[in-house]
Design a protein. Structure first.
Length: 142
């Protein structure tokens, strides 16, 4: 006769492993406020918000220490220059439950050439990606 614990042991072990994997996905990063970008940036608020949401999806949440923390990420384009075209994006990280400010991150990008709409959009996305890619490191101490 087979002992019940011999059958259940592998199932419990598998359940424990999958529960560990699920906790890595528990970290929540959500867009909070999105400031209206300056006209010189070449994008509007809706475009900036969509771009920020897309970048947040790519964040490696497994590198965030507190897996259960919900974090609001507020985005603002703080500067943009014309020649060479450059852009600076700030991301403010706040605890979603308490509102406590956790970090302010700055991302920068610039490009030479004609500052047409396509170039402005690409530079803005690069500055945004630069800021968002720093989120796991910024939250490492929190």
């Amino acid at each position: 006769m087979t002992k019940p614990w011999l059958i259940l042991s592998p199932l419990l072990f598998a359940a424990a492993l999958s529960a560990g994997d699920a906790s890595a996905a528990d970290a929540q990063l959500t867009i909070g406020e999105v400031a209206v970008p300056p006209p010189s940036s070449g994008v509007d608020r809706a475009q900036l918000k969509r771009a920020a949401e897309g970048e947040l999806e790519g964040v490696d949440k497994s590198r965030i220490r507190n897996k259960k923390r919900a974090v609001l990420v507020s985005i603002a384009v703080v500067t943009s220059s014309q020649s060479p075209f450059g852009c600076t994006v700030n991301a403010l990280l706040r605890d979603a439950k308490t509102g406590t400010m956790l970090a302010i991150i700055e991302g920068n990008a610039k490009a030479e050439g004609d500052a047409n709409a396509e170039l402005r959009s690409r530079v803005l996305h690069a500055a945004l990606r630069s800021a968002v890619s720093q989120i796991p490191a910024a939250l490492a101490g929190n």
